[in-house]
Design a binder for this molecule. Sequence first.
Ligand SMILES: [Zn+2]
Length: 221
Amino acid sequence: MKTHFYLYLNLIGLLTMLECTSLYRPMMELPLRVHIINSNHSGIDANISNSEVKELLVGVNKVWKQAGITWKIESIVPSIIGNEDKLANFLRKPKDLTYGRKLLVNSIPLENKLETGWNVFLIKSLGPSGGVYLRELCVIMFPVHSDIGRHPQILAHELGHALGLNHVKADGLNLMQEKPPKGTDESLRDPTKANYLSKEQISKARKQALLGRAFDIRRDY
Ligand SMILES: [Zn+2]
């Protein structure tokens, strides 16, 4: 009996220690609906296969593993965007990004949005942008053929915003680093290297994950 009691105490002590050191972190699975935008405009049509989408998510999940978070594809659905002509015109020469952003917000079809999870819309290109979190709608737009390439780290970054994470100073390492100023060390601009999350960021993201999608962020691109 006495032995059992000591074993019990040891078990409680072990669990407390693991929680305090963040070694014990139950895996969280977050549902993600992927909307593939179809269009006759070649600048909009995402033209990506389901297996490529799954491959993209493998890359995203490699990044989020450190936080004990797995993004699970709930479904992959086709989607038609509004204001196609205006959007295609804008994407040919994306200059006024504020206008482009407003146009996107007013064009994204929301009838198929997964309300109990997260949503990402895949589009061919977003001009100079590698991805954007539109907090007004709580959706991510991700260009699958962007000027800077298709990097799972960038989608992982946008999902960070969707879990309430703000930008941190550009250091070449953090997943949530802000855009490095032009003319800085090129290593800071390599999205494949910036995939680290701090303990504080992990804790914040996991708390937000329990609440759902985040709206409250200062910046969103
Ligand atoms: Zn950002």
